[in-house]
Design a protein around this ligand. Structure first.
Ligand code: ATP
Ligand code: LTN
Length: 335
């Protein structure tokens, strides 16, 4: 039988702050699960991070931290391409071209733009507004079929599809139109303090669990997580968002079903339940933390992964960009 080419997966994580349990469950964990079945490209989207003011030294460190975490969850640089967005100039170039095929009205409707501009009122910059165009450029440059992201990114993905279809409509089949790949369970881990909002690494420290939090801290944070006064472990997002969020975390990490969790904690109260969630989170994160420490200390290895990945990524990006330049009518320069 003829072997079908593997589909391409593209995703990215911003090197802003420290990665959370939300990033792990919604993104990183799935990245690893997809590695064998797909041709995977995972970017560290450092240009996106510039939409919010960053301390240069901290940003540089955060980039290496994310790469180390990619490797610590077990991603294999021989199989998955892990590279820094800013190392491939074509991202910025395609982003400009695509911005000429994206409407102001579309960008103004993006909830993330509305949320982020409310949060950073002193710095509502044009990059924050055109953020989704750069994201579309990321995806379309690599002709990705599927994009695994948390549910919060669905709207941005729909925009990427619209822009790709619009461009293809004018110039023929230049881009693969990407499909979202959103896992149902754990697609959205919620804040520990306000369980109706997503857990976010740019929120205050006690509202999230960081992937690198020490066990004691994880326990303390979960103990303080907002629940309700019913003392009943039951999955009901509407009326019991806090408990449901903790149940989702436990279920995704342990593989236990919601029914099973409800049965296991019947009549047991929230103290015991929260301890069990903490045990599971610690058990899932600690092997990653151990590997992370080794990898982050090995700067030569990180450098080597970074360099060889950038080369490979550039090769793919260059090919798409050549096609785009030709299609839109930019004169070819043969050097
Ligand atoms: P910020 O909070 O600074 O906006 P973020 O964590 O939302 O950052 P990214 O770092 O770019 O944004 O997200 C990386 C990936 O993690 C994306 O695929 C995103 O969908 C996913 N993700 C982020 N937060 C959550 C969450 N609470 N639950 C599930 N997935 C999440
Ligand atoms: N906006 C995304 C990060 C991101 C991304 C991408 C995700 C930038 N470019 C391309 C998937 C594909 C976020 O999660 N905040």
């Amino acid at each position: 039988m003829e072997q079908q080419a593997k589909k391409t997966i593209f995703s990215g994580i911003q090197p802003t702050g420290t990665l959370t349990l939300g990033n792990y469950i919604g993104a990183l964990r799935n990245f690893k699960l997809l590695e064998d079945e797909f041709n995977c490209i995972y970017s560290i989207v450092d240009l996106h991070a510039l939409t919010v003011r960053q301390n240069p030294a901290e940003l540089r460190k955060a980039c290496l931290k994310v790469l180390s975490l990619y490797l610590a969850v077990g991603l294999d640089p021989e199989k998955s391409l892990m590279y820094f967005q800013s190392h491939v100039a074509e991202h910025a170039e395609l982003s400009w071209v695509l911005s000429c095929y994206t409407y102001m009205g579309e960008l103004s409707r993006m909830t993330q733009f509305k949320e982020k501009s409310a949060k950073h009122q002193d710095n509502i910059n044009a990059g924050l507004f055109t953020y989704p165009v750069l994201m579309a450029a990321d995806i379309l440059l690599y002709q990705a079929d599927l994009v695994p992201v948390g549910a919060d990114q669905k709207q941005h993905l729909e925009l990427s599809r619209d822009v790709a279809e619009r461009f293809n409509g004018v110039y023929g089949d230049v881009f693969v139109v990407p499909d979202p790949y959103i896992t149902k369970l754990g697609g959205r881990v919620m804040s520990l303090a306000e369980p109706t909002r997503k857990m976010s690494k740019s929120d205050p420290e006690d509202t999230y669990i960081a992937m690198l939090d020490e066990p004691d801290l994880i326990r303390r944070k979960l103990k303080r997580a907002v629940t309700d006064s019913e003392a009943l472990v039951k999955f009901d997002i509407e009326n019991k968002p806090g408990v449901s969020n903790l149940m989702s975390i436990l279920s995704t990490l342990s593989g236990r079903s919601m029914d099973q969790i409800e049965a296991d904690f019947e009549g047991k109260g929230y103290g015991v339940f929260k301890e069990a969630v903490a045990d599971q989170v610690i058990e899932s994160l600690s092997p990653i933390q151990t590997r992370y420490k080794e990898i982050f200390a090995d700067k030569a290895y990180l450098e080597q992964v970074m360099t060889s990945s950038a080369e490979r990524a550039r090769g793919i990006a260059r090919k798409t960009m050549r096609k785009v330049r030709k299609k839109v009518g930019l004169a070819a320069l043969t050097l």
